[in-house]
Design a protein around this ligand. Structure first.
Ligand SMILES: Cc1cc2nc3c(=O)[nH]c(=O)nc-3n(C[C@H](O)[C@H](O)[C@H](O)COP(=O)(O)OP(=O)(O)OC[C@H]3O[C@@H](n4cnc5c(N)ncnc54)[C@H](O)[C@@H]3O)c2cc1C
Length: 259
């Protein structure tokens, strides 16, 4: 059997409860050394240890072909000098291994990591910027906003689980951030698409970032491509999770739909 690439092994440095439903886990350790710089907003795969196995055994099983429990997350911040990387986990209370791991993790615990993948909002020559995200995609959207030119203008629509889940984001002053509250993410929301359908459309050509729950993303995709006629190549539109499906099943559905 062919050997697989070993993942990085990172250790939990500390945790911070950013908001009631968002937990920041700061990772570090020798396994983080050499992680590429300037990857805020890019995704990574986190590999979650099951049971009480030591990191060497965990790596050796993966190299030998065992498929670990793997989930997709976003590099929120990477402080190279301090050798620290932050990942913001939504605590969704639906029994997922990643959300559960983040809640239970203690300093010194370990996790595997593959990546990073590509950054998300890369079209920066636009006249204005439109971003829509739920809590799972706020880390990527916030990293994108923080990387925009300071004179950028546009609209961001962020949906969170409670008023207290609103976050500070260092966005350009010309980006209007609208916070919507949807208390039960396990139920389909229509607020983001209603907002975007009704909002004042700015003149000129937009760069678009849309990510979050599959049903919301699907509706916005139809609106933006078919009703607004925005060309796909200048957009990042991606379903980050789907109500009722764990990530592996959702990824399979996404691959079949793209084929
Ligand atoms: C490119 C990319 C980047 C991502 N970045 C982040 C990130 O930075 N932070 C982050 O928190 N998530 C992020 N996600 C989403 C995350 O991968 C999923 O939410 C994933 O399902 C969480 O895994 P889990 O083990 O907790 O739950 P799973 O085992 O995958 O799912 C268990 C159950 O929980 C439900 N569920 C999953 N997520 C949610 C949710 N947010 N709210 C309510 N119910 C949910 C599922 O529908 C399922 O019923 C990203 C996804 C992608 C594709």
């Amino acid at each position: 059997m062919s050997k697989r690439k070993p993942p990085r092994i990172l250790t939990v440095v500390r945790k911070e409860q950013l908001t009631p439903h968002m937990l920041r886990v700061t990772l570090g350790g020798v396994g983080l050394q050499g992680f590429p710089e300037d990857q805020e907003g890019a995704h990574v795969k986190v590999l979650i240890p099951q049971g009480d196995i030591d990191p060497a055994e965990f790596v050796s099983r993966i190299v030998d072909g065992q498929r670990p429990v793997m989930r997709t997350y976003t590099v929120r911040q990477h402080r190279v000098e301090e050798n620290e990387l932050d990942i913001d986990f939504v605590i969704h209370g639906d029994g997922g291994p990643a959300s559960n791991w983040a809640q239970a993790a203690l300093p010194g615990d370990y996790i595997g990591l593959f990546g990073p993948g590509p950054k998300k909002m890369t079209y920066l020559d636009a006249d204005w910027f439109l971003l829509a995200a739920d809590m799972t995609a706020i880390p990527a959207a916030a990293a994108a906003l923080e990387a925009l030119p300071k004179d950028a203008v546009g609209t961001a629509v962020f949906e969170v689980t409670s008023e207290e889940d609103k976050q500070e984001i260092d966005a350009p002053a010309g980006i209007d951030i609208h916070w919507l509250v949807h208390a039960n993410p396990a139920q389909r929301s229509y607020q983001q698409s209603d907002f975007i359908r009704k909002m004042r459309w700015r003149p000129g050509y937009p760069s678009v970032f849309v990510a979050g729950e599959s049903g919301v993303v699907k509706e916005l995709r139809t609106h933006l491509y078919q009703e607004r006629g925005i060309p796909k190549e200048d957009t990042y539109v991606s379903a980050y999770w789907k109500i009722g499906l764990e990530e592996d099943a959702h990824q399979i559905q996404k691959r079949m739909a793209a084929a």
